[in-house]
Ligand binder design. Structure first.
Ligand SMILES: C[S@@+](CC[C@H](N)C(=O)[O-])C[C@H]1O[C@@H](n2cnc3c(N)ncnc32)[C@H](O)[C@@H]1O
Length: 326
């Protein structure tokens, strides 16, 4: 759904990650009247740079979070009707694109810059940060009706909870934390959870002992890995031949999903290597522009520590790949 958004309060500063590499990868000035999608527009940093570089391009700006989208609307106001906004998950990219007349198979470039933005962490009401007291919400879209972090913490059994903490947060003390959570139920606020974790786990690195748990809960609440997995084929389908998909991830599991998908789609045959004659019939639908991910250099990491774990992968849809993303 394309929605008009209300004006916002002061936007938080969010520095776009790997900006130069994204612009180089999407190469927007090469296309005349290009059509682009930013599936995670956030504060609009990447989007503004793209629209500045490609002076006659049109952009569909999507964000699941109504507050992020409102900030993007302010940032991108100078570009007027060259930008269309849509609130919802990037999984709805094909529908949102169709609503504004971007036909499937004619989009020049798509960017997904995954995860959380600085304004989420800075917003004391959202529950993403253990540094400020807030309800344990963590939904990108608080109006979605989906379960909150508090709902997960207060209803899941110990094994399911530990599984979330271990797989999405790489938390080695997942079982101990899960047990403590169950004993302390009901949990309502960020500081209640952070203090509980600090009382049972001692940090062995420079991180607060609650860091990994908060990351894991956020990923689970928003089904972040599922959303990426479901969206990659949809995104490739909507690209035109020669169009490019750029994805920035911040988590090893996310990067693995993207890497596996790109490697698979770039291959002509998926039969076991011992098999001499191909029986699978799989044909490559993309060319990997980045066989290895692009990562930020030391200068960028110093200027923007949030970029530390970023990995950018870019794929180009092959000319002959029409219809192969079904
Ligand atoms: C890292 S920020 C993007 C920052 C942006 N590139 C910029 O330059 O300001 C990620 C954004 O993606 C949004 N997001 C997360 N999951 C999403 C999803 N499934 N669909 C759409 N937006 C999503 C978040 O609300 C957040 O605003």
């Amino acid at each position: 759904m394309i929605v008009p958004m209300p004006p916002t309060t002061t936007p938080s500063a969010h520095i776009p990650v790997l900006l130069e590499a994204v612009l180089k990868g999407l190469n927007p000035h090469q296309q005349s009247r290009g059509k682009y999608v930013d599936g995670t527009v956030g504060a609009g940093g990447h989007a503004a740079a793209l629209l500045t570089q490609a002076v006659d391009a049109t952009l569909l700006a999507i964000d699941r979070d109504p507050r992020s989208l409102a900030i993007a609307q302010e940032t991108l106001m100078p570009f007027g009707d060259r930008v269309h906004f849509a609130q919802g998950s990037y999984e709805l990219l094909p529908q949102f694109a169709a609503e504004i007349g971007f036909e499937s198979g004619e989009i020049d470039g798509i960017l997904l810059d995954l995860g959380i933005a600085s304004m989420h962490v800075d917003d004391p009401q959202r529950g993403f940060s253990f540094r400020t007291e807030a309800p344990l919400d963590m939904r990108f879209d608080p109006s979605s009706g989906l379960p909150t972090a508090a709902d997960l913490l207060n209803t899941l059994d110990a094994e399911s909870l530990a599984h979330i903490l271990f797989s999405y947060g790489e938390e080695r003390e997942s079982r101990r934390i899960a047990k403590a959570v169950i004993a302390a139920r009901p949990l309502r606020t960020t500081t209640q959870l952070a203090n509980l974790i600090a009382s049972v786990v001692h940090s062995t690195d420079h991180l607060h002992p609650a860091t990994r748990t908060f990351q894991a809960l956020r990923i689970a609440v928003n089904d972040e890995l599922g959303a990426v997995e479901r969206t990659l084929p949809l995104a490739l389908k909507t690209l035109k031949p020669g169009g490019r998909l750029a994805v920035i991830s911040f988590h090893s599991l996310e990067d693995r999903i993207i890497k596996t998908y790109f490697h698979t789609e770039a291959r002509d045959c998926l039969c076991p290597s011992k098999q001499i004659i191909c029986t699978c019939g799989h044909r490559a639908s993309i060319r990997e522009i980045t066989r290895k991910p692009i990562v930020p250099d030391e200068t960028e990491i110093r200027a923007n520590p949030r970029s530390r774990s970023a990995k950018l992968r870019i794929a180009e849809k092959l000319i002959r790949s029409e219809g192969s993303h079904e």
